[in-house]
Write a protein that binds this ligand. Sequence first.
Ligand code: ATP
Ligand code: NCN
Length: 238
Amino acid sequence: MSVCVAVLGGSFDPVHHGHVALAGLFARLLHPDALRILPAGQPWQKAGLQAGDADRVAMLELAFAQASGAGFPAGVPVTIDTREIVRAAPTYTVETLREQRAELGASTSIVFLMGADQLQKLDSWRDWRSLFELANFGVAARPGYRLDGAALPPAVAHEIAGRLASPERVRASPAGRVCMAHTLAVDISATQVRQALKSGPDPQAQRGAGQGRDPGQVGALVAPQVLDYIQQRNLYKS
Ligand SMILES: Nc1ncnc2c1ncn2[C@@H]1O[C@H](COP(=O)(O)OP(=O)(O)OP(=O)(O)O)[C@@H](O)[C@H]1O
Ligand SMILES: O=C(O)c1ccc[n+]([C@@H]2O[C@H](COP(=O)([O-])O)[C@@H](O)[C@H]2O)c1
């Protein structure tokens, strides 16, 4: 059976339950041999990052170390791949996938994971059509963003129309196929987390008051260990 490596790229400023759920869903669908979490170094389409690189990586380590207790399948090794931080240049996924293809060989199935918001603007990514020669894509639904062809830029809809495939087919193909997961429905964004931390009451107090009873608050958006870290490091206060 061919080897499959799933890759989840993101700014992770900070990592939240939506990221872990997205990774967990595709880990269950694809049964990859490895899952690489790829924090962007300089996400050129974003206005800027608030937390530093070391803090974002530390929060990812905490979030994914705890993930198995939250429905994440056992037996899928998760690593944090810091190459885009080390690159110290605007982050272009095409560069990263070229490197990963060279490392993993021609027959490995590489599956780059993303939410529907990113598929909706895939045609704005650097050299975006080349991405399909380098990897498959796993795209998950996200509240507020449609996945159907009518909601996508025509060029993206046209590009992916003939590429849609089952998880099994994607797992068996090195590149060029797209697997859609329509069932994810986690209405969380890092923007929302940052805003809640900036404006809300002490998140530690919220958590102590009972997780799950106040789903709009930070304790319901990120892992407790991530929240502790944010608190200890005094992140996202301004
Ligand atoms: N709630 C979610 N459901 C599905 N996919 C998500 C969700 N949150 C993030 N993603 C996906 O995870 C990847 C990394 O996202 P990112 O780190 O930019 O988080 P974000 O919540 O979108 O951040 P921000 O609010 O700062 O824009 C992207 O492909 C994005 O589509
Ligand atoms: O390559 C590009 O031009 C490109 C443009 C926008 C986003 N991406 C990648 O998409 C992933 C999610 O991005 P973001 O902005 O939602 O954190 C992350 O790995 C980014 O590097 C890549």
